[in-house]
Design a binder for this molecule. Structure first.
Ligand SMILES: [Zn+2]
Length: 688
């Protein structure tokens, strides 16, 4: 009987390779007690640092803070990697409790006056401390973060900050949970398989299984996170398309218990109030002050410039689709005809080459994109050629769910970390795709990275292959780009590790990795027919590369509209926050020149999880901002011969291994020899 001496399993030192948590030993009942201990331990460590009689030095203050809170980091690495991809009612409740407790905990540290005095004293003498560039950057960042959290406010201001941050933590956590609940509740029910004509056999089987799991007859088509649903692009029956489209568009805005409109108003109000308290004109000013973009105005200008060109391209595209449809299009028809148009154009461009014979359908490409082949002979091979990485699946190691697979990652024969793949959708998983860290790399702490990629692929029936659509294929490479950023990290301080870079830079490495999905030196290796094993015909590869090489105007417009919407909400002063969410949304899109009846934003406000539930408020523009760097870098790789180890080594050395220990934009410019220009992006998006 160990009684109170029992080490909480969440906090127990793992015996497993790389410190992989022993998930099987952890019960949900352990978390709150683990956090009680971990938070108290961290506060005690911080108190020792803050009240030290020794004069502040970088090592005894900033370095010591970096090394503190290891138990808390461990608990966070475990809990938040369960709560996103595999939640349940108990975990959701714990997440709510933690949202408030972790916010209060952060406030207790940032508003510790003794600690702030030490950090300020160091910051004032920062140029005389003999720091290296990474340390100077870390000290500056720590000082700014502390001030931005309210450390320099008077007691009344700090009290307001505490109240605002606590309430925001609750609201944003609740937003994500409500959205997940309503997305599940909005799955569309069909009685007859004929209504699902156009979906693949596997998708229809998944819909049948989803209905059975919900105790219903027939078929349930689950919704994906964005407005555009892949089912809508495939369903041949206009009525079926309309039903799925409407379910997507009205999420969290139907006046029931999942409605998020009142929450949005409160979130926007509180963010504006906090910004004002800290001396910023708006939440967008407050957020973008820490980004690589110079200001909200600069972001708005970019969105306007791109938006004008994209709307013109969108009109031309819609005219072509209307012609193809032979009738005026409803909003629910657009992506369906867009997919048909893409297929037809791919087929035509092939026969125009005089390569007559069997017509080519890019939809057939799915048959050549089996998940394991794409991983082993595509994703991993590209990372091997470029960065010298190799991957060995460790069947002896278990993830947090039976579907999770674990690979050991080596470089030049030496293990550098673990990669976990959690590929299949399930009702307990948030929508979308993302990368996360269970353990961050740090030389100071002696830790190696443990990185997770989470996707929402339809799980195949037992014995059946998991075939990827073109979008899913690109997403797999994208998320793996984030994983590489985490795995190659080689920095001293954990705060600067891996993807801990500015938000409008973090998408850049992942976007670059997308270029390998269809690169001739990669696609030829993995694209084999899942039944016959035959390589994909060259005409099909050419057609897919043609179709995949340019973004549709639709996709650019829907993205820009969402980015403009995010910015509009967060440039408001508190006094200007409206009370009608959907009316404001319509006005904001019109003001940005991005209102289109046929192309709704990628996310409407009521289900815009990135900005109201996640970390992308005033930062959804980041994707296009990073894409400027990405498009330049793609040109740089192609000019240098593509999948070349010397290019990979240069990219790893300048950017991927550095995390936030250097100014990442300057490091990139030094690598390519000049600051990134916008022209490669305009060309890629068909906006030149
Ligand atoms: Zn990403």
């Amino acid at each position: 009987m160990t009684g109170d001496l029992r080490v909480n399993p969440v906090l127990a030192e793992s015996e497993l390779p790389y410190g992989l948590p022993d998930f099987a030993s952890i019960s949900d009942d352990d978390f709150l007690q683990a956090y009680d201990q971990a938070l108290a331990a961290h506060l005690a460590e911080v108190d020792v640092i803050a009240s030290s009689p020794a004069a502040p030095t970088f090592d005894n203050t900033i370095g010591a803070l970096e090394a503190s809170g290891r138990a808390l980091a461990r608990a966070n690495g475990i809990f938040f990697n369960l709560e996103g991809p595999d939640t349940n009612p108990q975990r959701a409740e714990i997440a709510q409790v933690l949202a408030v407790r972790l916010t209060e905990h952060g406030n207790a540290i940032t508003m510790n006056p003794q600690l702030f005095a030490r950090i300020s004293a160091l910051y004032d003498r920062r140029d005389d401390l003999g720091l290296d560039a990474a340390q100077l950057r870390l000290l500056t960042q720590r000082y700014r973060d502390t001030v931005r959290a309210g450390a320099a406010l008077d007691a009344d201001g700090q009290a307001q900050m505490r109240e605002i941050s606590g309430r925001l933590a609750t609201l944003t956590t609740d937003f994500g949970q409500r959205l997940l609940d309503d997305t599940n509740a909005s799955a569309v029910h069909f009685v007859d398989a004929a209504e699902l004509d156009g979906l693949s056999v596997a998708e229809i089987a998944a819909a049948s299984r989803a209905a059975a799991d919900a105790g219903r007859d027939g078929y349930l088509v689950s919704l994906e996170l964005p407005t555009s649903q892949s089912a809508v692009a495939k369903l041949t029956d206009p009525l079926s398309r309309q039903r799925v489209f409407d379910a997507s568009m009205t999420r969290c805005a139907r006046g029931n218990e999942y409605d998020t409109r009142a929450m949005i108003i409160e979130i926007v109000t509180l963010r504006a109030r906090r910004a004002a308290l800290l001396g910023y004109a708006s939440h967008a000013e407050y957020v973008i002050a820490e980004e690589t973009a110079p200001s909200p105005t600069a972001v708005a200008d970019l969105l306007t410039e791109l938006g004008t060109a994209a709307m013109a391209a969108g009109d031309a595209e819609l005219a072509r689709l209307t012609e193809r449809g032979g009738h005026p299009l409803a909003p629910a028809d657009v992506t369906y005809y867009l997919a048909a148009d893409q297929r037809a154009r791919a087929a035509n461009s092939d026969s125009a080459d005089g390569d007559s014979g069997a017509s080519v359908d890019i939809g057939d490409f799915e048959d050549y994109c089996e998940l394991d082949a794409v991983l082993n002979d595509g994703v991993f091979v590209a990372a091997g050629k470029l960065y010298g990485l190799s991957f060995a699946e460790r069947d002896d190691l278990a993830g947090y769910h039976p579907d999770v697979r674990v690979w050991e990652v080596s470089r030049d024969g030496e293990g550098i970390g673990l990669f976990l793949g959690d590929f299949y959708a399930r009702p307990s998983k948030r929508g979308g795709a993302w990368m996360n860290n269970i353990v961050d790399q740090s030389h100071q702490l002696g830790t190696a990275p443990i990185i997770v990629n989470v996707l929402n692929l339809t799980k195949p029936e037992p014995g059946q292959p998991c075939l990827l659509s073109l979008d899913q294929l690109v997403t797999l490479f994208h998320e793996f780009g984030h994983a590489i950023h985490g795995l190659l990290s080689s920095v001293e301080y954990v705060s600067q590790s891996g993807t801990s870079v500015p938000r409008d830079f973090v998408e850049f490495p992942s976007q670059v990795n997308e270029m390998w999905a269809l690169h001739p030196d990669v696609v030829g290796r993995y694209a084999r027919h899942h039944v016959t094993g035959e390589s994909a015909p060259q005409v099909l590869l050419d057609a897919v590369r043609g179709a995949g090489g340019t973004e549709s105007a639709h996709s650019t417009v829907e993205y820009l509209a969402a980015a403009a919407l995010d910015l509009a909400w967060h440039r408001l002063a508190e006094a200007d926050v409206p009370d009608d969410v959907l009316a404001f949304e319509a006005r904001a899109l019109a003001d940005a020149g991005l209102a289109s009846e046929l192309i709704p934003p990628r996310y409407r406000s009521t289900y815009f999880n990135h900005v109201f539930g996640g970390g992308y408020s005033s930062a959804y523009y980041s994707y296009i901002w990073s894409e400027i760097l990405d498009a330049e870098t793609e040109q740089w790789f192609l000019a240098g011969g593509g999948l070349q180890p010397d290019l990979g080594a240069a990219f790893a050395d300048a950017v991927l291994s550095r995390g936030d220990s250097v100014d990442p934009v300057a490091a990139h410019a030094a690598m390519i020899g000049h600051p990134a220009r916008i022209e490669p992006l305009l060309t890629r998006r068909g906006l030149a």
